[in-house]
Design a protein around this ligand. Structure first.
Ligand code: SD4
Length: 338
């Protein structure tokens, strides 16, 4: 388990009363050496950019490939994550993202997505229907609107005004699966450990900057109007270019309740490794949910050096890691053996 004392001692900061920012290596005002560094400076000093892309689940492999084409040419992390997650958005076989995503219980495919760049700019859309690439609409919200988050019909009008074309996202296969579900399931919104596969992606570019993206059709057969964690900055995604980033997948309500990705990044800011931070964030959810056996959550995090961590409740969460010229799947550590 992760303790505050352990974070602080990692930094040589065990003195009581240290805040989150403006941390000094000594708290003694009479210390002749004076304050030596803030925690932000420590992160900067340690930064050695190791270009890396990570993304959740198997569809992360082709997504990473697309992102890497940008990173290897010296492009920006934010362009890499946008182009990367567009791959599963357009793939009808990715049934939890974009085109071919499983619909809500009324048969509507409704999409949630967000993006963050290295400057802390954010864009997000939620409850958006009929557009293949919600991540690119979110990017436009970030770059070309005065807002951070747009929803439903307003987000749709915004997308149309930016030249995005409407289309039907329900494929014949997902329509058949939904019809079968309606006959068998009494119209009960379902949350279980396997009906989700959001893509969350983090990229660290050659300039040592990080960006992230997250996009999903959300929980299959959810209630109409339900919005999950994926478009919520701090829940499904958070990036702080001084510290690192995190993405979440799984039961979004539980991630929102604990502001999960922000929590992971803040734990890293305090000295936790990406692995320790992901474990602590999962433990918080386990602690407040007696029924955690029925919940799956996976966190994936990276710090500014390109160190990676991930943790989930149940065995089965995996992620794609592109680093050192290799793109490969990695099994996440987990809390509970099924
Ligand atoms: C949601 N977190 O809408 C998303 C679903 C998901 O992996 O992650 N899938 O709650």
């Amino acid at each position: 388990m992760f303790s505050r004392r352990k974070f602080l001692s990692k930094l040589g900061l065990t003195t009581f009363g240290i805040g989150l920012s403006g941390v000094y290596s000594s708290c003694n005002a009479n210390d002749k050496a004076g304050p030596t560094a803030t925690i932000d400076q420590l992160a900067k000093n340690e930064r050695k950019a190791k270009p890396t892309i990570i993304s959740t689940w198997y569809h992360g492999l082709p997504a990473n490939e697309a992102g890497w084409k940008i990173i290897e040419k010296g492009g920006r992390a934010v362009d890499a994550v946008e182009q990367g997650v567009r791959v599963p958005e357009a793939d009808p076989k990715s049934t939890s993202v974009g085109y071919g995503g499983k619909p809500d219980r009324e048969g509507n495919v409704t999409l949630d997505a967000c993006i963050m760049d290295e400057k802390g700019n954010c864009g997000s859309v939620c409850f958006l229907k009929n557009f293949m690439h919600p991540i690119s609409v979110a990017r436009k919200v970030m770059d070309e609107s005065p807002h951070v988050m747009m929803a439903g019909i307003g987000a749709q009008e915004f997308a149309l005004s930016k030249g995005f074309k409407k289309m039907n996202l329900l494929t014949p296969e997902s329509k058949i699966a939904w019809e079968e579900w309606t006959t068998e399931n009494n119209y009960k919104p379902m949350i279980n450990v396997e009906n989700h596969d959001t893509i969350g992606m983090l990229a660290l570019d050659q300039s040592g900057h990080m960006a992230g993206a997250c996009t999903t059709s959300g929980l299959a057969y959810k209630m109409h109007g339900r919005v999950g964690d994926s478009p919520i900055i701090g829940a499904g995604l958070f990036v702080d270019n001084e510290v690192g980033g995190a993405v979440a997948t799984g039961h979004g309500e539980k991630v929102i309740e604990t502001v999960g990705s922000f929590l992971v990044v803040e734990l890293m800011r305090q000295g936790a490794s990406p692995q320790e931070a992901c474990e602590e964030a999962v433990h918080r959810i386990i602690k407040r949910n007696k029924d955690y056996q029925d919940i799956q959550i996976g966190y994936l995090a990276m710090n500014m050096k390109g160190d990676i961590g991930s943790f989930c409740i149940h065995k089965g969460f995996n992620y794609a890691l592109y680093q050192d010229e290799k793109n490969q799947m990695v099994e996440s550590k987990f809390y509970h053996k099924n």
